[in-house]
Design a protein around this ligand. Structure first.
Ligand code: UTP
Length: 302
């Protein structure tokens, strides 16, 4: 069944869920005893960029799905009186303000996933907290530049149609088998209705080169679908399979974007993100650019 686009009254999106319970095996041994989402990008952990992105889009209630190695995430968003006192005594006022403000960024909650049964399962753990409300999902190993304004656009699209909205980015055709892939029907510039979705398709079978990236606005009906999904690719409960089931009942939309995504989920992407963000920092860029030039020279890339 294909539901036609319809305008629906909907409650505002106030809650975000950040799944951050994965093993982060691609970063072992760094992630043996700490969360991949706590790896630093210049001077902030990845998850802080994500929380700031949520807050900038008007979200004030954030649920982080954590696991065994995730205590440091909870500590990061909490007060740390000993540190605050030490900073105050040594007159480090800017750093003091920064660590105090961090604990006030949003209303942040935590729940543990228990068994790591995949991304879809991690999101299903949020059901009780989210209740019967639309909500945002932000994957814990990527973040968007504020200049993209992606999440706010997705929330506006949800407000217009009352339906789920996915973030889509074109990738090189040969890369599509690393992502969820959408079959789109154009509505307007930057907006499509999604007719079908498949997880990690073979290049020859991909319905498009539009990849689903780690930002979603969901109607609460996604939870019913997650409950009924069988383990899929890699034996995990796949979010993509639940979205495919949702598509049979409700229209799902896609907002396309082409710039501003920072991936930290693989070692090459993590290194690229660090270099990009360091070069965007006024206090670092000149010296760092000079260092990069000399390093390329020294390593024979001139
Ligand atoms: P990934 O598959 O990229 O993360 O999931 P991972 O499993 O930690 O990474 P590798 O493959 O072992 O290196 C995307 C996001 O979903 C979360 C992860 O923490 C990550 O932020 N996730 C994944 C969960 O919360 N639970 C899971 O069972 C799986």
């Amino acid at each position: 069944m294909r539901e036609s686009p319809a305008v629906n009254a909907t409650s505002p999106v106030r809650k975000a869920v950040i799944p951050a319970a994965g093993f982060g095996t691609r970063f072992l041994p760094a992630t043996k005893a700490q969360a991949k989402e706590m790896l630093p990008i210049v001077d902030k952990p990845v998850i802080q960029y994500i929380v700031e992105e949520a807050v900038a889009a008007g979200i004030d209630d954030i649920l982080i799905i954590t696991g065994f190695t995730k205590r440091s995430i909870e500590d990061h968003f909490d007060r740390q009186f000993e540190l605050e006192q030490a900073l105050a005594e040594s007159g480090k006022d800017a750093q003091l303000a920064e660590v105090v403000d961090l604990a006030d960024l949003a209303d942040i909650h935590f729940v543990r996933q228990g068994e790591r049964l995949g991304l879809g399962h991690a999101i299903s753990v949020a059901r009780k907290h989210v209740g019967d409300n639309p909500f945002v999902v932000m994957l814990g190993d990527e973040f968007m530049s504020p200049r993209a304004d992606l999440l706010a656009k997705m929330i506006r699209t949800h407000a217009q149609y009352g339906r789920s909205v996915l973030a889509l980015q074109e990738v090189e055709p040969e890369e599509i088998s690393r992502y969820g892939c959408a079959k789109p029907e154009r509505i307007s510039d930057g907006l499509v209705q999604i007719l079908d979705i498949v997880e990690k398709p073979q290049v020859s079978e991909a319905p498009s080169n539009l990849a689903v990236m780690g930002r979603y606005v969901f109607t609460p009906e996604i939870f019913d679908k997650l409950e009924h999904v069988e383990p899929g690719v890699g034996g995990e409960i796949q979010l993509t399979d639940a979205i495919a089931m949702l598509l049979a009942d409700q229209a799902v939309y896609g907002v396309t974007f082409d710039d501003g995504r920072y991936d930290t989920g693989t070692i090459p992407a993590y290194l690229e993100t660090i270099v990009d963000l360091a070069l965007e920092r006024d206090d670092l860029r000149d010296d760092f650019a000079a260092y990069l030039r000399s390093a390329l020279d020294r390593h024979g890339f001139a």
